[in-house]
Design a protein around this ligand. Structure first.
Ligand SMILES: Cc1cc2nc3c(=O)[nH]c(=O)nc-3n(C[C@H](O)[C@H](O)[C@H](O)COP(=O)(O)OP(=O)(O)OC[C@H]3O[C@@H](n4cnc5c(N)ncnc54)[C@H](O)[C@@H]3O)c2cc1C
Length: 396
C-alpha cells in the first residue's frame, strides 16, 4: 500500500463508497477506511430500500445530482450485473387540513412541482379520483391530490454500497475495513491516524454519518442524530396482492393529518407479502453509542394505529420485521482547509451518494459546483416565495 494517497475517504456508507468509486474512476490514488464491514446495519444506509426522485421538495438545486445518480446506478448495474434501481414512480400526497411537513418543508409538494418544472422532469398532478383509480391500495380522503413522477423509484442501498466498493477496488482503490479512524491533522497535506496505523494524503473526505461529531469535535453542535424506525407490515390475507406490487404501488411520501409524514415502498414480490413504511421524527436526538436499536411491541402498535391502518387498510398489524437507523441532520455545510465533511441525511440524499465526488473529491469540480450553487441560491429564494402562493391556492 502506498504511504501517501491523493485522497483518503473516512467512512464507507452510501456517501463514502460513492466518493471512493468516483475518485478512483477519476484516476486518483484513494484509500477508504471503514470501522465496520460495509454494508452494515449500524449507520444510516441500511434497510433494503431508499426512495430516489428527480424533483426534490428539499430544493430545485438537487435535481441535477439526482439525474446524474440515476445514470451512475445504471452504469453500475451494467458493470456488476446486479439490479440497483427500480423506477416504479413516486407519489407525493397531500390534501386539505393541517398536514405534516415533508422532510421539514411545509411547502414540500410546491417545491417538488417547481423543481420538476424548472428541470423539465416528467410529472403529473393527480386528483383524488385519479389516485383512487390508478392506485387503489392508498386510502385517500376526498379532495386529496398528488404529484406523480414516473422516473422516480427506489434503490437497494446495501447492494449500491457493495457495487461501488467492488468497482472502486477494481479501479485501483485501497480499502481497509474493521479499522477506526481516531483522528486527523491537516498540516502539509493530511495525516490520518487509525487504531492500526497512520496514512497521509493530499486531502481527506469525511463521510462518517452520525459519527461526524467524534471526528470533528469543534463542529459537534452542528450535527444532530435522530433515531428512525423502518417497519415491514404484513398484508392481510385476502388483500389484493397485485395492488401492492411495484406497478400498482409507487413509492410515496404522504403529508398526513398527523404530526409526522409517512413514506414507503411496495411489496417486491419476494418472501412474505409486506409493505415497508416509516415516519420521520425530528423531536428527539441520539448518538451511535446511545441509540436504542430495539423496537418494542407498543412502539409498533402505535405506529400501526396512527400511521398505517388509516392509510393502508390492506396492511395488517402483524409486523414482519423492523430496523433502526439514524438521520444525521446538519445545520451548516462544513469547510475545513483540507477536509470535506459531509452528511447526507438532513435532506435524505442516499440517491446522491454517487455524486459526492463533485463536492468532496475533485477540487475543480467542487469549485464549479460551489459557484453554481451560490448562483442558484438567489433563485431558490424567489422560488420559495412563489411556492407559498401555489400551495396556498391548492389548499383554498
Ligand atoms: C431510516 C432512513 C430512511 C432514509 N430514507 C431515504 C430515502 O428514502 N431516500 C434517500 O435518498 N435517502 C434516505 N435516507 C438518507 C440516506 O439513507 C442517507 O443520507 C445515507 O445513507 C447516508 O449515508 P452516509 O454514508 O452519510 O452515512 P452512513 O451510512 O452512516 O456511513 C457512515 C460510515 O462511516 C463509518 N465511520 C464513522 N466513523 C468512522 C471512523 N472513525 N472510522 C472509520 N469509519 C467510520 C461508519 O461505520 C459508517 O459506515 C434515509 C435515512 C434513514 C436513516
Amino acid at each position: 500500500m502506498p504511504m501517501r494517497f491523493d485522497t483518503i475517504v473516512i467512512g464507507l456508507g452510501a456517501m463514502g463508497s460513492g466518493a471512493l468509486y468516483q475518485l478512483a474512476k477519476a484516476g486518483q490514488r484513494v484509500l477508504g477506511i471503514e470501522q465496520f464491514a460495509p454494508p452494515h446495519r449500524f449507520g444510516s444506509s441500511h434497510g433494503e430500500t431508499r426512495i430516489t426522485r428527480l424533483a426534490c421538495g428539499e430544493g430545485p438545486e438537487y435535481s441535477q445530482f439526482a439525474r446524474r445518480s440515476h445514470e451512475i446506478w445504471r452504469e453500475l448495474e451494467a458493470k456488476t450485473g446486479n439490479p440497483l434501481l427500480v423506477q416504479n414512480g413516486l407519489l407525493v400526497l397531500s390534501g386539505a387540513g393541517k398536514r405534516s411537513a415533508g422532510h421539514e418543508n411545509p411547502r414540500f409538494i410546491a417545491t417538488t412541482i417547481e423543481a420538476a418544472e424548472r428541470a423539465g422532469i416528467a410529472h403529473e398532478l393527480l386528483s383524488d379520483a385519479d389516485i383512487r383509480k390508478r392506485y387503489p391500495a392508498f386510502n385517500i380522503l376526498d379532495g386529496d391530490y398528488a404529484y406523480f413522477e414516473p422516473e422516480a423509484g427506489y434503490v437497494f442501498p446495501e447492494q449500491c454500497i457493495g457495487a461501488q466498493l467492488q468497482q472502486a477496488i477494481a479501479t485501483g482503490a485501497e480499502v481497509c475495513t474493521g479499522e477506526t479512524v481516531t483522528g486527523f491533522a491537516t498540516a502539509d497535506g493530511a495525516q490520518v491516524t487509525t487504531d492500526r496505523g497512520s496514512y497521509t494524503a493530499e486531502k481527506i473526505v469525511i463521510t462518517a454519518g452520525a459519527w461526524l461529531p467524534d471526528l470533528l469535535p469543534a463542529h459537534a453542535p452542528l450535527f444532530t442524530a435522530r433515531r428512525q424506525v423502518l417497519y415491514w407490515f404484513r398484508l392481510k390475507l385476502g388483500a389484493p396482492m397485485q395492488n401492492y406490487r411495484p406497478g400498482k404501488f409507487p413509492v410515496y411520501i404522504w403529508r398526513t393529518l398527523s404530526r409526522q409524514s409517512i413514506y414507503g415502498f411496495p411489496w417486491t414480490g419476494e418472501g412474505t407479502p409486506t409493505i415497508k413504511i416509516a415516519t420521520e421524527q425530528y423531536d428527539t436526538s441520539t448518538s451511535p453509542e446511545a441509540i436504542d436499536r430495539t423496537v418494542t411491541g407498543s412502539e409498533t402498535r402505535a405506529m400501526y394505529d396512527e400511521y398505517v391502518a388509516p392509510y393502508f387498510p390492506g396492511a395488517s398489524p402483524d409486523c414482519d420485521r423492523s430496523a433502526v437507523c439514524m438521520y444525521t441532520c446538519v445545520d451548516k455545510a462544513l469547510h475545513h482547509r483540507r477536509a470535506a465533511g459531509r452528511s447526507a441525511c438532513h435532506c435524505r440524499l442516499a440517491l446522491f451518494g454517487p455524486r459526492l465526488q463533485a463536492f468532496g473529491g475533485d477540487r475543480r469540480g467542487a469549485g464549479r459546483h460551489r459557484d453554481q450553487r451560490q448562483g442558484e441560491r438567489a433563485e431558490v429564494r424567489s422560488v420559495k416565495l412563489r411556492n407559498a402562493d401555489l400551495e396556498t391556492r391548492r389548499h383554498a
